[in-house]
Structure formats: C-alpha cells, structure tokens
Design a protein around this ligand. Sequence first.
Ligand code: HEM
Length: 237
Amino acid sequence: MAAALSSSFPFLIFARFSACLVALLVVIWPLHFKDSFISHSPLQEDHIYAVMHPLLMVIGFILISGEAILVHKWLPGSRNLKKLVHLCLQGVALACGIFGIWTKFEGQEGIVANFYSLHSWMGVVCIILFGAQWLFGFMSFWHRGEVRTTRLKVLPWHVFVGLYTYGLAVVTAETGLLEKLTFLQTLGNLSRRCPETALVNALGLGLALLSSVVIVAALTPTHPTLFQLKNNVVVAF
Ligand code: HEM
C-alpha cells in the first residue's frame, strides 16, 4: 500500500485540489450570476432544473466518477472492498448523470425538444456507455466463478472503456459550457469579456486539468517496486 501511495500520491493530491476548484466554480456560477439561469418559462421548477443540470453533471457525474476511478489508488483493504466502493461510487455518479439529463427533459417542451445539439448527442452516448460499463462491472462483481484468465483478458478493456467514457463526459461538459455561453452571448445577456465569461472559461480549464490528473493517476503503476532494473536486467520482487 505504501508503495502504491508513494507513486500516485502527488497526483491524488493534485486531483483533489483540481476537483475542489471545479466544484467551487460550478457552485459560484449560479449563485453569483442568477440571471443566466432564469428561463423564459414562468415555472419555478424550470429555474431549479436549469441550475441543477450543470451541478449534477459536473459534481455528481464527473467529480464522483473521477473519485471512483481513483479508489484503487488510495483505499486500504482487500480487493473486494475496493471493487465494492468503486462500484457504489460509479452507481452514484450514474444516478446523478441520469437525473441531470432528466432535468433537461423535464424542464423544456418535452423529451426531444433539445436533441439538436452536438452536446445533447454526446451526452446521450456518454450516459449509455457509462451505464453499460457499470452494468458489466456490477455483473462481474457477483460472478466470482468466472475463470481468472477471462477476467484478466477483459480488465484492460474495462479500464480503456472506463477512461474513455470519463474523457467523453469531460468533453461533453465542455461543449455544454460553450453552448450555454453562446446562448447567453447571442441573446445579448452577456458581453464577451466579463467576470461571468472568465468564470465559465476557468471552469472549463479546471475540468481539463482535473481529467488529465485523474487519468495520469489511474495509469500510474500500482506496484512500481515489483519490477526494478538492476544492471540493465529486470528483476521481479
Ligand atoms: C457530463 C456532462 C454532461 C452531460 C452528459 C450532459 C448531457 C445533456 C443532454 C443529454 C442534454 C439534452 C437533454 C434534452 O434534450 O432535453 C443536455 C442539454 C443541455 N445541457 Fe448538458 N450535459 C452535461 C453537462 C453540461 C454542462 C456543464 C452544462 C453547462 C451549463 C450543460 C448545459 C446544457 C444546456 C444549456 C442544455 C440544453 C440545450 C441542449 O440540448 O444542448 N450541460 N445536456
């Protein structure tokens, strides 16, 4: 455990730091710039849904799934405990993601009202991939009888699809931020250079920073001291 912690420790600290920064920015946005989240509809719920979508997608979906990815790097205890916590956190992230998309379905003029944008298409692909990956992880967690070699063959694909989906979620959020800013600027509610634009740009940069650190931390070998180079020969410990 100590070895695993020592190699990924700086990345874990940096990942938490960038996650806090992203969470802070996405909370400050609707608090300080309330007008940007007021919809044309007179319904109070539509205002709440407009605020909840970015909060649920960024904090609930992206930050929690990032934490779930890192569980294997810091949580002490058995492999099964780590898998269970990983599965539970990913389950919470999936629930937030589904609820976050539902707020958009609910708030506008029906399910297909917003399905014209690249953002909405990527969002749906992302949530379907994430859901399929979670279901696969859930089934393999309860199917302990499977041959170990099959599990080892599938693991790299699980890691690849997991990291790909996480990256896709971040890119989708970036398109969401861009789309929201474009709406506000086109409607004339926002100038190109103003504190709100700077805050949203900083949020986008924060997400880009966070995803890079989470991915590097996830790919850092867990046991770097298992294999060492001695006189140009790889020695296994
Ligand atoms: C992983 C993150 C995200 C995912 C998966 C996602 C997914 C979606 C989906 C599927 C829709 C279409 C819903 C419908 O047709 O009714 C949508 C709409 C929308 N989202 Fe997001 N979203 C994410 C993050 C964000 C963020 C951070 C913002 C920033 C404010 C945002 C802003 C919007 C806006 C303005 C719409 C309505 C216009 C449109 O359909 O493009 N989204 N989102």
